[in-house]
Ligand binder design. Structure first.
Ligand code: ATP
Length: 310
């Protein structure tokens, strides 16, 4: 990977009254990287991305983008960055095409760029539709199209797919993947969806309470913080697995006391037969059994005791 720093965040904090939304964070993002800020509601993702966007001012610390700061180079940074906010409101009574033309005019762009964007975000068929009639996914693609009008080097997206169905979400992902492969764009996105972070981003920063609690690639996160594989079992009767003293179990998490459990293990093949045999010996019925690789949500639960989603 090219190691040119594009965004350098140094000891940045931001409080709202008694809430420390972002707590002394530092982070460097390199050219061409796709980075996800993943975390539950209130983790501080929007506050952090808005400080990078120049919308909020840090209480302390510094942010340099392409070596420039918002204080001294606001105009240049506006040209280098494309952003889409958590909720984009459009003017209802103008069309998709007119909306792009309007935003394009702020950058001195014309119809040609509008055509390119309509093509890129797959909204050609909706060019004459009033924005108020667009579906959630189409609106998000239009917001993304606006962010892309000035051909930004850096894309900052706050929850670009929240509330969309899986198909609409995947359509946005396709566009973002194309930008990476064709243009080498650098991107930070915030998301609640672990799958979005896993699919799109080589680096994932898991945020909670204004801090990064873990970061790395998915496999790095799993290797460092993850606990291997996961077995989830529902029993017909109470089963005290702890009392068995089985080896190879890293952690137990009871979902329903004594009847539904998540078992974190290094090696499924080692632990699973032992659990099944013990249940059989004790005449305890296994009603449901599932084994899988750990996901980021499992990782988050094991670190905080909470889900990424509420
Ligand atoms: N303008 C504000 N005034 C007061 N409190 C705020 C403001 N903006 C954010 N906060 C608080 O700061 C904390 C972090 O909020 P932030 O919106 O950055 O989190 P988030 O991770 O983006 O959450 P979500 O996923 O729900 O958007 C929360 O406790 C929030 O209530």
């Amino acid at each position: 990977m090219n190691k040119t720093p594009v965004i350098e965040i140094n000891g940045v904090s931001k409080s709202f009254k008694d809430v420390k939304a972002v707590n002394h964070l530092s982070l460097t993002i390199y050219e061409g990287e796709y980075v996800a800020l993943l975390g539950p509601n209130g983790a501080g993702k929007t506050t952090l991305i808005e400080m990078i966007e120049g919308i909020q001012k840090p209480d302390e610390g510094s942010i340099a983008i392409l070596g420039m700061s918002w204080k001294t180079h606001a105009q240049k940074l506006h040209r280098a960055i494309g952003l889409s906010l958590q909720e984009t409101r459009f003017i209802d009574k103008i069309t998709t095409e007119e909306t792009l033309n309007l935003f394009g005019s702020f950058y001195g762009l014309g119809q040609r760029r509008t055509e390119e964007i309509l093509d890129l975000v797959n909204l050609k068929e909706k060019r004459k539709a009033y924005t108020v009639t667009l579906s959630g996914g189409q609106k998000q693609r239009l917001a993304l199209g606006i962010a892309l009008l000035n051909n930004p080097k850096i894309l900052l997206l706050d929850e670009p797919t929240t509330g969309l169905d899986p198909a609409a979400r995947r359509e946005i992902w396709k566009i973002l993947e194309k930008l990476r492969s064709d243009l080498g764009t650098t991107m930070i996105l915030t998301t609640h969806y672990m799958e979005e972070a896993e699919v799109l981003c080589e680096r994932i920063l898991i945020m909670d309470k204004g801090q990064f609690i873990a970061q790395g690639t998915l496999s790095e996160l799993n290797a460092k913080h993850g606990e291997g594989d996961l077995i989830e079992i529902s029993f017909g009767n109470n089963f005290d697995i702890e009392a068995l003293g089985l080896s190879g179990i890293k952690k137990l998490n009871w979902i329903a006391p004594h009847t539904k459990v998540q078992i974190f293990v290094d090696n499924i093949a080692e632990v699973l037969p032992a659990v099944i045999n013990s249940a059989k010996t004790k005449n305890i019925k296994i009603e449901e059994l599932l084994s899988r690789k750990m996901t980021l949500d499992d990782l988050f639960i094991s670190m905080t005791g909470r889900h990424l989603h509420d």
